[in-house]
Write a protein that binds this ligand. Structure first.
Ligand SMILES: Nc1ncnc2c1ncn2[C@@H]1O[C@H](COP(=O)(O)OP(=O)(O)OP(=O)(O)O)[C@@H](O)[C@H]1O
Ligand SMILES: [Mg+2]
Length: 265
């Protein structure tokens, strides 16, 4: 063990005092084993995060370099290339801002969970979503219960999650479609549902939609970085909740967030 092998434990000796010491020792070994395991898992996660980020940023950077070379050789083509360059820069900005949000979320710093009324929080956000839905030619119905819904809340995290879900609902639903934002209460949790009548998600893509940089195969013509749902899931988890998705290709999609109810008596 002194050499770093935490897979071994000490055997019983038959001497009571020594066995008691041995038990304590074995408990310590188990604890160390678990600590090393979770440290290694964290390191792997950080490595994957960096690798994903570098991979995603590579495409716009390579494209920008190609444009740069083109303009250097043919300065007269500058005007023609500018809009495409702008799009790549915007893409990089979106990737970077999404990654920063994810990094801040997983670090967990600045979390401000406070008792709050979820119904009121959603009422505060609803006008923004209503305006966005109208702009994109969708109908939005927001439904909340009659009485307050007490939860532990950080308004910014709720906003982060709902902004991404509402953005998706609008983005993947043709104009004229119906979007619904519903707050309900079941025995233990507050339940927020974001539903649309859009293009839906293919069953084989469902297991991966919450992963970083995962985009639907038929979304090339729709702007996005594939970070929105990863951010939404991380934000909901920070709030102590869960998020699930249900979808039928061609008919629509529904995301359900469960947040623990705050018991008030
Ligand atoms: N409401 C929805 N309807 C249909 N497909 C959806 C919906 N929400 C998510 N998806 C699918 O899941 C994928 C991942 O969604 P996510 O929000 O993480 O990324 P994105 O919308 O592609 O880009 P970003 O949110 O970073 O701008 C999408 O590319 C799309 O294929
Ligand atoms: Mg999205």
């Amino acid at each position: 063990m002194a050499g770093g092998n935490f897979l071994e434990t000490v055997d019983r000796s038959g001497i009571i005092e020594l066995d008691r010491l041995g038990e304590q020792f074995n408990r310590m070994v188990l604890y160390l084993r678990e600590s090393f395991r979770s440290l290694a898992a964290e390191r792997d996660t950080a490595q994957r995060f960096a690798a994903d980020a570098a991979h995603e940023l590579k495409t716009p950077v390579t494209t920008l370099r190609a444009y740069h070379e083109l303009i250097t050789e043919n300065p007269e083509r500058l005007k023609q290339v500018l809009p495409a360059q702008g799009r790549q820069i915007e893409r990089m900005e979106n990737i970077i801002s999404g990654l920063l949000q994810l990094a801040n979320l997983s670090e967990g710093s600045g979390l401000m969970l406070q008792p709050a009324d979820l119904r009121e929080a959603i009422h505060r956000l609803a006008p923004v979503y209503q305006a966005l839905a109208e702009d994109s030619g969708h109908h939005l119905t927001t439904t909340c219960p009659d009485s307050p819904v007490p939860v532990l809340l950080d308004q910014r995290l709720l906003e982060l999650a709902l902004n991404n879900l509402m953005d998706n609902a609008g983005k993947y639903t043709p104009p004229g479609g119906q979007l619904t934002l519903t707050l309900q209460v079941d025995t233990r949790s507050a339940v927020i549902t974001v539903k649309d009548t859009g293009k839906g998600i293919a069953p084989e893509e469902m297991p991966f939609i919450f992963e970083r940089f995962q985009r639907g195969v038929d979304t090339q013509s729709i702007p996005g970085t594939g970070l929105g749902l990863a951010i939404a899931r991380e934000a909901v988890q920070r709030l102590g909740g869960t998020i699930t998705a249900d979808s039928e290709a061609g008919r629509g999609t529904q995301f359900v967030i469960h947040l623990p109810l705050l018991q008030t008596q």
